[in-house]
Design a protein around this ligand. Sequence first.
Ligand code: FES
Length: 574
Amino acid sequence: MAKKPLRSQKSYGKLDRDGFIHRSWIKGTGLPDHVFDGRPVIGICNTWSELVTCQFHLRDLAEYVKRGVWEAGGVPIEFPAMSLPETQMRPTAMLFRNLLAMEVEESIRANPIDGVVLLGGCDKTTPGQLMGAASVDLPTMVVSSGPMLNGKWHGKDIGSGTDVWRFSEAVRAGEMTLKDFLSAESSMSRSHGVCNTMGTASTMASLMEALGVCLPNNAALPGVDSRRKTLAHLTGNRIVQLVKDDVKLSQILTREAFENAILMHAAIGGSTNAVVHLLALAGRVGIELTLEDFDRLGREVPLLVNLMPSGKYLMEDFCYAGGCPAVMKELGPLFRREAITVSGHTQGEIADAAEVWNREVIGTVEQPVGPSSGVWVLRGNLCPDGAILKPSAASPELLTHRGRAVVFEDIEDYHARIDAPDLEVDETSILVLKGCGPKGYPGMPEVGNMALPPKLLQKGVRDMVRISDARMSGTAYGTVILHVSPEAEAGGPLALVRTGDEIEFDGPNRTLNLLVSEAELAQRRREWEAGLQPSRFDRGWYRLYIDTVLQADRGADLDFLVGKSSAEVTRESH
Ligand code: FES
Protein backbone atom coordinates (compact mmCIF):
# COMPACT_ATOMS: atom_id res chain seq x y z
CA MET A 1 0.00 0.00 0.00
CA ALA A 2 1.34 3.43 -0.94
CA LYS A 3 2.42 5.55 2.01
CA LYS A 4 0.31 8.61 2.60
CA PRO A 5 2.22 11.84 1.97
CA LEU A 6 3.42 13.69 5.01
CA ARG A 7 1.43 16.59 6.37
CA SER A 8 4.29 19.01 5.68
CA GLN A 9 4.14 18.17 1.96
CA LYS A 10 0.78 19.95 1.71
CA SER A 11 2.82 23.12 2.15
CA TYR A 12 6.36 22.31 1.01
CA GLY A 13 5.63 19.74 -1.71
CA LYS A 14 3.54 21.87 -4.07
CA LEU A 15 5.06 23.27 -7.28
CA ASP A 16 2.71 26.23 -7.48
CA ARG A 17 2.31 29.70 -6.02
CA ASP A 18 1.38 28.36 -2.57
CA GLY A 19 4.40 26.02 -2.50
CA PHE A 20 6.65 28.89 -3.59
CA ILE A 21 5.39 31.02 -0.70
CA HIS A 22 5.75 28.29 1.95
CA ARG A 23 9.27 27.29 0.81
CA SER A 24 10.68 30.69 -0.02
CA TRP A 25 9.99 32.24 3.36
CA ILE A 26 11.56 29.36 5.24
CA LYS A 27 14.53 29.04 2.90
CA GLY A 28 15.42 32.45 4.23
CA THR A 29 16.44 30.69 7.46
CA GLY A 30 19.19 28.89 5.52
CA LEU A 31 17.50 25.65 4.48
CA PRO A 32 18.57 24.21 1.06
CA ASP A 33 16.22 22.95 -1.69
CA HIS A 34 16.76 19.26 -1.06
CA VAL A 35 15.26 19.23 2.46
CA PHE A 36 11.80 19.75 0.95
CA ASP A 37 11.88 16.39 -0.82
CA GLY A 38 9.35 14.76 1.48
CA ARG A 39 11.44 14.10 4.60
CA PRO A 40 9.72 14.54 8.02
CA VAL A 41 9.58 18.06 9.40
CA ILE A 42 9.96 17.97 13.19
CA GLY A 43 8.79 20.92 15.26
CA ILE A 44 10.77 21.52 18.43
CA CYS A 45 8.45 23.38 20.77
CA ASN A 46 10.78 25.16 23.19
CA THR A 47 9.77 26.93 26.41
CA TRP A 48 13.31 28.29 26.85
CA SER A 49 13.54 31.58 28.69
CA GLU A 50 15.76 33.50 31.07
CA LEU A 51 12.88 33.97 33.48
CA VAL A 52 13.73 30.92 35.56
CA THR A 53 16.61 28.46 35.85
CA CYS A 54 14.29 25.51 35.13
CA GLN A 55 14.28 26.17 31.38
CA PHE A 56 17.42 28.27 31.03
CA HIS A 57 19.41 25.49 29.32
CA LEU A 58 16.72 24.40 26.85
CA ARG A 59 18.07 26.53 24.02
CA ASP A 60 21.28 24.49 24.23
CA LEU A 61 19.39 21.20 24.64
CA ALA A 62 17.33 21.90 21.51
CA GLU A 63 20.55 21.77 19.46
CA TYR A 64 21.02 18.13 20.49
CA VAL A 65 17.47 17.26 19.46
CA LYS A 66 18.24 18.87 16.10
CA ARG A 67 21.40 16.79 15.68
CA GLY A 68 19.35 13.66 16.20
CA VAL A 69 16.65 14.77 13.76
CA TRP A 70 19.16 15.63 11.01
CA GLU A 71 21.00 12.36 11.59
CA ALA A 72 17.79 10.35 11.15
CA GLY A 73 16.86 12.14 7.93
CA GLY A 74 14.39 14.72 9.24
CA VAL A 75 14.29 18.51 9.23
CA PRO A 76 14.19 20.15 12.69
CA ILE A 77 12.44 23.49 13.07
CA GLU A 78 12.41 25.10 16.50
CA PHE A 79 9.65 27.42 17.68
CA PRO A 80 8.94 29.10 21.02
CA ALA A 81 6.14 28.71 23.54
CA MET A 82 5.58 30.68 26.73
CA SER A 83 7.78 29.50 29.58
CA LEU A 84 5.51 29.74 32.68
CA PRO A 85 8.22 30.29 35.31
CA GLU A 86 6.59 28.89 38.44
CA THR A 87 8.37 31.07 40.95
CA GLN A 88 7.97 34.33 39.05
CA MET A 89 4.46 34.49 37.61
CA ARG A 90 1.69 36.27 39.46
CA PRO A 91 -0.98 35.59 40.54
CA THR A 92 0.01 31.97 39.75
CA ALA A 93 1.54 30.08 36.81
CA MET A 94 -1.48 27.75 36.85
CA LEU A 95 -3.64 30.58 35.51
CA PHE A 96 -1.65 30.27 32.29
CA ARG A 97 -1.32 26.48 31.85
CA ASN A 98 -4.35 26.40 29.57
CA LEU A 99 -3.10 29.45 27.66
CA LEU A 100 0.17 27.62 26.97
CA ALA A 101 -1.83 24.56 25.92
CA MET A 102 -3.81 26.68 23.45
CA GLU A 103 -0.63 28.29 22.13
CA VAL A 104 1.07 24.93 21.63
CA GLU A 105 -2.02 23.35 20.05
CA GLU A 106 -2.53 26.11 17.52
CA SER A 107 1.20 26.50 16.75
CA ILE A 108 1.49 22.82 15.91
CA ARG A 109 -1.74 22.60 13.96
CA ALA A 110 -1.23 25.77 11.91
CA ASN A 111 2.33 25.00 10.79
CA PRO A 112 3.73 22.41 8.31
CA ILE A 113 4.92 20.01 11.00
CA ASP A 114 4.82 16.19 10.90
CA GLY A 115 5.97 15.42 14.44
CA VAL A 116 6.88 17.40 17.52
CA VAL A 117 9.34 17.33 20.40
CA LEU A 118 8.24 19.26 23.49
CA LEU A 119 11.00 20.88 25.54
CA GLY A 120 9.81 21.98 28.97
CA GLY A 121 10.29 21.36 32.63
CA CYS A 122 8.89 23.83 35.10
CA ASP A 123 5.65 22.67 36.72
CA LYS A 124 3.02 23.86 34.25
CA THR A 125 5.03 23.65 31.03
CA THR A 126 4.99 19.84 30.89
CA PRO A 127 1.21 19.42 31.25
CA GLY A 128 0.42 22.54 29.23
CA GLN A 129 2.57 21.48 26.28
CA LEU A 130 1.34 17.88 26.32
CA MET A 131 -2.31 18.93 26.57
CA GLY A 132 -1.89 21.16 23.53
CA ALA A 133 -0.04 18.50 21.55
CA ALA A 134 -2.63 15.87 22.52
CA SER A 135 -5.36 17.99 20.96
CA VAL A 136 -3.52 17.92 17.62
CA ASP A 137 -2.42 14.29 17.87
CA LEU A 138 0.75 14.12 15.78
CA PRO A 139 3.68 11.85 16.69
CA THR A 140 5.02 13.56 19.82
CA MET A 141 7.87 13.14 22.30
CA VAL A 142 8.86 14.97 25.46
CA VAL A 143 12.33 16.01 26.60
CA SER A 144 12.27 17.44 30.10
CA SER A 145 14.70 19.95 31.59
CA GLY A 146 15.94 17.55 34.24
CA PRO A 147 16.44 18.47 37.90
CA MET A 148 18.95 20.86 39.43
CA LEU A 149 21.89 19.39 41.31
CA ASN A 150 21.29 18.78 45.01
CA GLY A 151 21.22 21.95 47.08
CA LYS A 152 24.23 22.15 49.45
CA TRP A 153 24.19 24.39 52.52
CA HIS A 154 26.05 24.33 55.83
CA GLY A 155 27.34 20.84 55.09
CA LYS A 156 24.03 19.23 54.25
CA ASP A 157 21.71 18.68 51.31
CA ILE A 158 18.77 21.04 50.99
CA GLY A 159 15.77 20.60 48.74
CA SER A 160 13.99 23.11 46.52
CA GLY A 161 10.81 24.36 48.09
CA THR A 162 10.63 21.78 50.88
CA ASP A 163 13.43 23.48 52.81
CA VAL A 164 12.05 26.93 51.98
CA TRP A 165 8.84 25.99 53.82
CA ARG A 166 10.83 24.41 56.66
CA PHE A 167 13.24 27.35 57.03
CA SER A 168 10.52 29.97 56.83
CA GLU A 169 8.55 28.24 59.62
CA ALA A 170 11.76 28.09 61.67
CA VAL A 171 12.19 31.86 61.22
CA ARG A 172 8.55 32.46 62.22
CA ALA A 173 9.10 30.25 65.28
CA GLY A 174 12.25 32.19 66.20
CA GLU A 175 14.51 29.16 65.68
CA MET A 176 16.49 30.45 62.66
CA THR A 177 18.07 33.84 61.99
CA LEU A 178 17.09 35.88 58.94
CA LYS A 179 20.79 36.00 57.98
CA ASP A 180 20.96 32.19 57.83
CA PHE A 181 17.65 32.07 56.00
CA LEU A 182 18.85 34.41 53.25
CA SER A 183 22.23 32.70 52.98
CA ALA A 184 20.51 29.47 51.85
CA GLU A 185 19.08 31.10 48.70
CA SER A 186 22.01 30.65 46.35
CA SER A 187 22.90 27.26 47.80
CA MET A 188 19.46 25.82 47.10
CA SER A 189 19.29 26.58 43.35
CA ARG A 190 22.89 26.17 42.19
CA SER A 191 22.51 24.86 38.63
CA HIS A 192 20.12 24.85 35.72
CA GLY A 193 17.19 22.49 35.94
CA VAL A 194 13.91 22.08 37.76
CA CYS A 195 13.37 21.83 41.51
CA ASN A 196 15.51 19.03 42.93
CA THR A 197 12.78 17.57 45.17
CA MET A 198 9.95 15.31 43.98
CA GLY A 199 7.90 18.44 43.46
CA THR A 200 5.49 19.01 40.62
CA ALA A 201 8.13 19.37 37.91
CA SER A 202 9.89 16.08 38.66
CA THR A 203 6.57 14.38 39.34
CA MET A 204 5.34 15.40 35.90
CA ALA A 205 8.63 14.37 34.27
CA SER A 206 8.32 10.98 36.00
CA LEU A 207 4.75 10.65 34.78
CA MET A 208 5.99 11.34 31.24
CA GLU A 209 8.02 8.13 31.59
CA ALA A 210 5.03 6.26 32.99
CA LEU A 211 2.78 7.55 30.19
CA GLY A 212 5.41 6.40 27.70
CA VAL A 213 5.85 9.73 25.89
CA CYS A 214 9.61 10.12 26.45
CA LEU A 215 12.74 7.98 26.51
CA PRO A 216 13.67 6.14 29.74
CA ASN A 217 15.48 8.20 32.40
CA ASN A 218 14.00 11.46 31.15
CA ALA A 219 12.89 12.46 34.65
CA ALA A 220 15.95 12.01 36.81
CA LEU A 221 19.03 12.80 34.71
CA PRO A 222 20.18 16.17 36.08
CA GLY A 223 19.74 19.17 33.80
CA VAL A 224 23.52 19.60 33.57
CA ASP A 225 24.35 15.90 33.06
CA SER A 226 25.83 15.23 29.60
CA ARG A 227 23.58 12.17 29.34
CA ARG A 228 20.60 14.53 29.07
CA LYS A 229 22.15 15.88 25.87
CA THR A 230 22.47 12.31 24.65
CA LEU A 231 18.82 11.68 25.54
CA ALA A 232 17.87 14.78 23.52
CA HIS A 233 19.91 13.52 20.56
CA LEU A 234 18.29 10.08 20.72
CA THR A 235 14.87 11.72 20.95
CA GLY A 236 15.66 13.52 17.70
CA ASN A 237 16.46 10.16 16.11
CA ARG A 238 13.36 8.52 17.46
CA ILE A 239 10.77 11.17 16.58
CA VAL A 240 11.70 10.84 12.90
CA GLN A 241 11.02 7.12 13.09
CA LEU A 242 7.69 7.72 14.85
CA VAL A 243 6.64 9.99 11.97
CA LYS A 244 7.69 7.38 9.42
CA ASP A 245 5.72 4.74 11.33
CA ASP A 246 2.80 7.17 11.87
CA VAL A 247 2.65 6.51 15.65
CA LYS A 248 0.36 9.22 16.94
CA LEU A 249 0.25 10.49 20.52
CA SER A 250 -3.23 9.00 20.99
CA GLN A 251 -1.76 5.52 20.39
CA ILE A 252 0.53 6.07 23.39
CA LEU A 253 -1.93 7.89 25.70
CA THR A 254 -4.18 4.91 26.35
CA ARG A 255 -6.16 3.99 29.44
CA GLU A 256 -3.25 1.72 30.49
CA ALA A 257 -0.80 4.60 30.13
CA PHE A 258 -2.89 6.76 32.48
CA GLU A 259 -3.12 3.88 34.96
CA ASN A 260 0.65 3.55 34.84
CA ALA A 261 0.95 7.28 35.52
CA ILE A 262 -1.27 6.95 38.60
CA LEU A 263 0.71 3.94 39.85
CA MET A 264 3.99 5.79 39.34
CA HIS A 265 2.53 8.84 41.07
CA ALA A 266 1.77 6.77 44.16
CA ALA A 267 5.15 5.00 44.14
CA ILE A 268 7.14 8.23 44.01
CA GLY A 269 4.93 10.13 46.49
CA GLY A 270 4.20 12.59 43.69
CA SER A 271 2.80 16.09 43.79
CA THR A 272 -0.93 16.56 44.28
CA ASN A 273 -0.82 18.90 41.29
CA ALA A 274 -0.41 15.89 39.03
CA VAL A 275 -4.04 14.98 39.73
CA VAL A 276 -5.44 18.06 38.00
CA HIS A 277 -2.93 17.79 35.16
CA LEU A 278 -3.66 14.13 34.40
CA LEU A 279 -7.41 14.71 34.56
CA ALA A 280 -7.08 17.59 32.10
CA LEU A 281 -4.83 15.58 29.77
CA ALA A 282 -7.22 12.62 29.82
CA GLY A 283 -10.05 15.00 28.92
CA ARG A 284 -8.10 16.09 25.83
CA VAL A 285 -7.80 12.54 24.46
CA GLY A 286 -11.21 11.25 25.47
CA ILE A 287 -10.04 8.88 28.22
CA GLU A 288 -12.54 8.56 31.08
CA LEU A 289 -10.45 9.29 34.17
CA THR A 290 -11.90 10.22 37.54
CA LEU A 291 -10.63 11.26 40.95
CA GLU A 292 -11.60 7.81 42.24
CA ASP A 293 -9.12 6.19 39.83
CA PHE A 294 -6.33 7.86 41.81
CA ASP A 295 -7.55 6.58 45.16
CA ARG A 296 -8.40 3.08 43.89
CA LEU A 297 -5.15 2.44 42.00
CA GLY A 298 -2.96 4.24 44.52
CA ARG A 299 -4.17 2.02 47.37
CA GLU A 300 -2.27 -0.90 45.83
CA VAL A 301 1.04 0.93 45.83
CA PRO A 302 3.35 1.66 48.77
CA LEU A 303 5.77 4.58 48.80
CA LEU A 304 8.86 3.25 47.03
CA VAL A 305 10.94 6.39 46.66
CA ASN A 306 12.62 8.15 49.57
CA LEU A 307 12.61 11.70 48.21
CA MET A 308 11.59 15.04 49.68
CA PRO A 309 8.94 16.15 50.48
CA SER A 310 7.72 12.66 51.51
CA GLY A 311 11.23 11.40 52.33
CA LYS A 312 14.86 12.35 52.67
CA TYR A 313 16.77 12.38 49.36
CA LEU A 314 16.79 14.49 46.20
CA MET A 315 16.44 13.92 42.45
CA GLU A 316 20.18 13.63 41.84
CA ASP A 317 20.20 10.69 44.29
CA PHE A 318 17.16 9.24 42.51
CA CYS A 319 19.07 9.36 39.22
CA TYR A 320 22.05 7.47 40.63
CA ALA A 321 19.71 4.95 42.29
CA GLY A 322 18.13 3.98 38.96
CA GLY A 323 15.35 6.53 38.39
CA CYS A 324 11.89 5.74 37.05
CA PRO A 325 12.78 2.53 35.16
CA ALA A 326 13.94 1.07 38.49
CA VAL A 327 10.64 2.06 40.11
CA MET A 328 8.77 0.33 37.27
CA LYS A 329 10.85 -2.77 37.90
CA GLU A 330 9.92 -2.71 41.60
CA LEU A 331 6.24 -2.25 40.77
CA GLY A 332 6.46 -5.56 38.91
CA PRO A 333 3.09 -6.95 37.80
CA LEU A 334 1.25 -3.93 39.26
CA PHE A 335 2.55 -1.91 36.32
CA ARG A 336 0.78 -2.26 32.96
CA ARG A 337 3.78 -3.92 31.32
CA GLU A 338 2.26 -4.27 27.86
CA ALA A 339 1.74 -0.52 27.44
CA ILE A 340 3.70 0.74 24.44
CA THR A 341 6.00 3.75 24.59
CA VAL A 342 7.57 6.13 22.10
CA SER A 343 10.89 4.33 22.64
CA GLY A 344 9.69 1.34 20.65
CA HIS A 345 9.82 -0.81 23.78
CA THR A 346 6.98 -1.80 26.08
CA GLN A 347 7.04 -0.63 29.68
CA GLY A 348 7.76 -4.23 30.69
CA GLU A 349 10.88 -4.32 28.51
CA ILE A 350 12.07 -1.01 30.00
CA ALA A 351 11.48 -2.29 33.54
CA ASP A 352 13.31 -5.57 32.84
CA ALA A 353 16.40 -3.69 31.69
CA ALA A 354 16.54 -1.57 34.88
CA GLU A 355 18.46 -2.03 38.15
CA VAL A 356 18.13 -0.50 41.60
CA TRP A 357 21.53 0.78 42.74
CA ASN A 358 20.66 2.24 46.14
CA ARG A 359 18.09 0.66 48.47
CA GLU A 360 18.12 3.74 50.71
CA VAL A 361 16.53 5.69 47.86
CA ILE A 362 14.33 3.10 46.10
CA GLY A 363 12.62 0.46 48.26
CA THR A 364 10.72 -2.69 47.36
CA VAL A 365 7.02 -3.49 47.55
CA GLU A 366 7.87 -5.89 50.41
CA GLN A 367 10.08 -3.36 52.22
CA PRO A 368 8.77 0.01 51.09
CA VAL A 369 9.82 3.48 52.21
CA GLY A 370 6.31 4.09 53.52
CA PRO A 371 2.77 2.71 53.49
CA SER A 372 0.22 3.14 50.71
CA SER A 373 0.90 6.60 49.49
CA GLY A 374 -1.20 7.67 46.52
CA VAL A 375 -3.84 10.32 46.85
CA TRP A 376 -6.83 10.09 49.14
CA VAL A 377 -10.06 11.33 47.55
CA LEU A 378 -12.53 12.67 50.09
CA ARG A 379 -16.28 13.15 49.71
CA GLY A 380 -18.86 14.68 52.02
CA ASN A 381 -21.14 17.67 52.38
CA LEU A 382 -18.13 20.00 52.39
CA CYS A 383 -16.77 18.65 49.09
CA PRO A 384 -19.57 16.99 47.09
CA ASP A 385 -17.37 16.83 43.97
CA GLY A 386 -14.28 15.76 45.86
CA ALA A 387 -11.18 16.97 47.66
CA ILE A 388 -7.75 15.38 47.91
CA LEU A 389 -5.02 14.79 50.48
CA LYS A 390 -1.50 13.38 50.17
CA PRO A 391 -1.16 11.00 53.14
CA SER A 392 2.59 10.51 52.74
CA ALA A 393 3.09 14.23 53.45
CA ALA A 394 0.60 14.35 56.35
CA SER A 395 0.87 13.73 60.12
CA PRO A 396 -0.57 10.26 60.87
CA GLU A 397 -2.23 11.44 64.10
CA LEU A 398 -4.22 14.08 62.17
CA LEU A 399 -5.62 11.74 59.53
CA THR A 400 -8.76 11.40 61.65
CA HIS A 401 -9.68 14.68 63.24
CA ARG A 402 -12.65 16.71 64.42
CA GLY A 403 -12.12 20.36 65.16
CA ARG A 404 -13.41 23.91 65.19
CA ALA A 405 -13.04 25.88 61.97
CA VAL A 406 -11.01 29.08 61.87
CA VAL A 407 -12.12 30.60 58.57
CA PHE A 408 -10.36 33.05 56.26
CA GLU A 409 -12.63 34.46 53.56
CA ASP A 410 -9.78 34.98 51.08
CA ILE A 411 -5.99 35.18 50.96
CA GLU A 412 -5.96 38.85 51.98
CA ASP A 413 -8.04 38.02 55.06
CA TYR A 414 -5.60 35.22 55.89
CA HIS A 415 -2.53 37.48 55.61
CA ALA A 416 -4.23 40.20 57.65
CA ARG A 417 -5.08 37.95 60.61
CA ILE A 418 -2.85 34.86 60.76
CA ASP A 419 -0.08 36.55 62.79
CA ALA A 420 -2.45 38.30 65.21
CA PRO A 421 -1.72 37.30 68.83
CA ASP A 422 -5.44 37.39 69.62
CA LEU A 423 -6.46 34.99 66.81
CA GLU A 424 -8.71 32.43 68.48
CA VAL A 425 -6.94 29.25 67.42
CA ASP A 426 -5.28 26.25 69.01
CA GLU A 427 -3.63 23.11 67.68
CA THR A 428 -6.96 21.27 67.46
CA SER A 429 -8.50 23.95 65.22
CA ILE A 430 -8.93 23.45 61.47
CA LEU A 431 -7.74 26.32 59.28
CA VAL A 432 -10.13 26.95 56.37
CA LEU A 433 -9.20 29.16 53.42
CA LYS A 434 -11.79 30.16 50.80
CA GLY A 435 -11.60 31.94 47.45
CA CYS A 436 -8.50 30.18 46.09
CA GLY A 437 -9.97 27.81 43.49
CA PRO A 438 -9.74 28.07 39.69
CA LYS A 439 -12.22 30.96 39.44
CA GLY A 440 -11.49 32.45 42.83
CA TYR A 441 -7.88 33.59 42.94
CA PRO A 442 -8.11 33.24 39.77
CA GLY A 443 -5.93 30.30 38.73
CA MET A 444 -6.02 28.01 41.79
CA PRO A 445 -2.72 29.06 43.40
CA GLU A 446 -0.45 26.98 45.64
CA VAL A 447 -1.54 28.46 48.94
CA GLY A 448 -3.31 25.44 50.45
CA ASN A 449 -0.33 24.69 52.72
CA MET A 450 -0.91 28.00 54.50
CA ALA A 451 1.64 28.75 57.22
CA LEU A 452 0.54 28.14 60.81
CA PRO A 453 -0.07 30.95 63.32
CA PRO A 454 3.23 32.05 64.92
CA LYS A 455 1.86 31.60 68.42
CA LEU A 456 1.35 27.88 67.72
CA LEU A 457 4.70 27.53 65.96
CA GLN A 458 6.37 28.99 69.03
CA LYS A 459 4.64 26.29 71.12
CA GLY A 460 6.23 23.65 68.87
CA VAL A 461 3.13 22.87 66.75
CA ARG A 462 4.30 21.94 63.25
CA ASP A 463 1.12 20.65 61.58
CA MET A 464 -2.62 21.27 61.66
CA VAL A 465 -5.50 20.19 59.44
CA ARG A 466 -5.92 22.78 56.72
CA ILE A 467 -8.74 22.86 54.15
CA SER A 468 -9.06 24.97 50.99
CA ASP A 469 -10.07 25.04 47.35
CA ALA A 470 -6.44 25.86 46.49
CA ARG A 471 -3.57 23.65 45.36
CA MET A 472 -0.27 23.28 47.20
CA SER A 473 3.29 23.18 45.93
CA GLY A 474 4.50 19.70 45.13
CA THR A 475 7.41 20.41 47.45
CA ALA A 476 5.14 21.09 50.45
CA TYR A 477 3.95 18.85 53.27
CA GLY A 478 1.37 18.74 56.04
CA THR A 479 -2.17 17.51 56.68
CA VAL A 480 -3.51 19.67 53.92
CA ILE A 481 -6.87 19.00 52.26
CA LEU A 482 -6.87 20.53 48.80
CA HIS A 483 -8.89 21.07 45.61
CA VAL A 484 -12.24 21.23 47.44
CA SER A 485 -14.86 21.08 44.68
CA PRO A 486 -16.96 22.97 43.90
CA GLU A 487 -14.81 25.89 45.01
CA ALA A 488 -16.21 28.71 47.18
CA GLU A 489 -16.26 31.21 44.30
CA ALA A 490 -18.50 28.83 42.33
CA GLY A 491 -20.90 28.53 45.27
CA GLY A 492 -19.60 25.28 46.73
CA PRO A 493 -20.45 24.48 50.37
CA LEU A 494 -16.97 25.76 51.32
CA ALA A 495 -18.41 29.26 50.81
CA LEU A 496 -20.81 28.64 53.70
CA VAL A 497 -18.34 27.60 56.42
CA ARG A 498 -18.02 30.02 59.34
CA THR A 499 -15.56 30.30 62.20
CA GLY A 500 -16.70 28.10 65.06
CA ASP A 501 -18.33 25.40 62.89
CA GLU A 502 -17.34 21.82 63.64
CA ILE A 503 -15.68 19.91 60.81
CA GLU A 504 -15.12 16.16 60.80
CA PHE A 505 -12.33 14.64 58.72
CA ASP A 506 -12.13 10.86 58.54
CA GLY A 507 -9.23 9.99 56.26
CA PRO A 508 -9.45 6.19 56.40
CA ASN A 509 -13.15 6.40 55.43
CA ARG A 510 -12.44 9.24 52.97
CA THR A 511 -15.04 11.67 54.33
CA LEU A 512 -15.04 15.40 55.04
CA ASN A 513 -18.18 16.87 56.58
CA LEU A 514 -19.35 20.17 57.93
CA LEU A 515 -21.42 19.47 61.05
CA VAL A 516 -24.03 22.16 60.47
CA SER A 517 -27.75 21.55 59.91
CA GLU A 518 -29.28 21.64 56.42
CA ALA A 519 -31.63 24.44 57.45
CA GLU A 520 -28.77 26.60 58.68
CA LEU A 521 -26.79 25.95 55.49
CA ALA A 522 -29.82 26.90 53.35
CA GLN A 523 -30.12 30.19 55.24
CA ARG A 524 -26.40 30.88 54.79
CA ARG A 525 -26.67 30.17 51.07
CA ARG A 526 -29.43 32.77 50.71
CA GLU A 527 -27.21 35.30 52.48
CA TRP A 528 -24.20 34.34 50.32
CA GLU A 529 -26.20 34.78 47.10
CA ALA A 530 -27.52 38.14 48.23
CA GLY A 531 -23.96 39.37 48.79
CA LEU A 532 -22.58 38.39 45.37
CA GLN A 533 -20.61 41.14 43.62
CA PRO A 534 -19.75 41.48 39.90
CA SER A 535 -16.30 40.13 39.01
CA ARG A 536 -13.50 42.70 39.02
CA PHE A 537 -12.00 41.00 35.94
CA ASP A 538 -13.89 42.23 32.89
CA ARG A 539 -11.51 41.67 29.95
CA GLY A 540 -8.82 39.55 28.32
CA TRP A 541 -7.47 36.17 29.34
CA TYR A 542 -8.65 36.50 32.96
CA ARG A 543 -12.24 37.00 31.78
CA LEU A 544 -12.14 34.05 29.37
CA TYR A 545 -10.53 31.87 32.02
CA ILE A 546 -13.02 32.68 34.78
CA ASP A 547 -15.99 32.22 32.47
CA THR A 548 -14.93 28.83 31.11
CA VAL A 549 -12.63 27.09 33.58
CA LEU A 550 -13.83 23.74 34.93
CA GLN A 551 -13.48 22.72 38.55
CA ALA A 552 -10.50 20.81 39.92
CA ASP A 553 -12.24 17.43 39.71
CA ARG A 554 -12.26 17.93 35.92
CA GLY A 555 -8.66 19.08 35.68
CA ALA A 556 -9.36 22.83 35.62
CA ASP A 557 -9.25 22.80 31.82
CA LEU A 558 -11.36 25.27 29.85
CA ASP A 559 -14.74 23.75 29.03
CA PHE A 560 -14.40 24.31 25.27
CA LEU A 561 -11.00 22.56 25.09
CA VAL A 562 -12.17 19.19 26.36
CA GLY A 563 -12.59 16.39 23.84
CA LYS A 564 -10.71 14.98 20.92
CA SER A 565 -9.53 17.21 18.08
CA SER A 566 -7.15 16.67 15.17
CA ALA A 567 -4.36 18.11 13.03
CA GLU A 568 -6.74 18.88 10.16
CA VAL A 569 -6.62 22.34 8.55
CA THR A 570 -8.58 22.55 5.32
CA ARG A 571 -7.88 26.07 4.03
CA GLU A 572 -4.72 27.64 2.56
CA SER A 573 -3.33 30.85 3.99
CA HIS A 574 -3.50 32.98 0.85
FE1 FES B 1 10.52 25.49 38.02
FE2 FES B 1 10.23 24.36 40.56
S1 FES B 1 10.27 26.46 39.96
S2 FES B 1 10.41 23.46 38.63
